[in-house]
Design a protein. Sequence first.
Length: 117
Amino acid sequence: QVQLVESGGGLVQAGGSLTLSCTASARSFSPYAMGWFRQAPGREREFVGSFLWRDNNTHYADSVKGRFTISRNVAKQTIYLQMNSLQSEDTAVYYCAVKPILQWAYWGQGTQVTVSS
């Protein structure tokens, strides 16, 4: 069982930056990937980006490429989502998730990010 705790959400002006963090509580933590998703009001949850834990590789949705960066701290079992050049369209609840092998099986509680224009 993996528990995820997210933090770092808040209100920011358009063009600003924000960093989210997600810490996993689990023994012998070595998933296939950790990732970030978001859900805006009235829209489906969408993929933002992922970090392949063993390959030390990242993938991003086209909508955030060049603006968002995912990094990790292995010792702290934590990933970060650095968000730059934020736009109003980035307003959403951001969720952290873990893919142990094939599916995104564990989810955090979500943290609200609001970008004011």
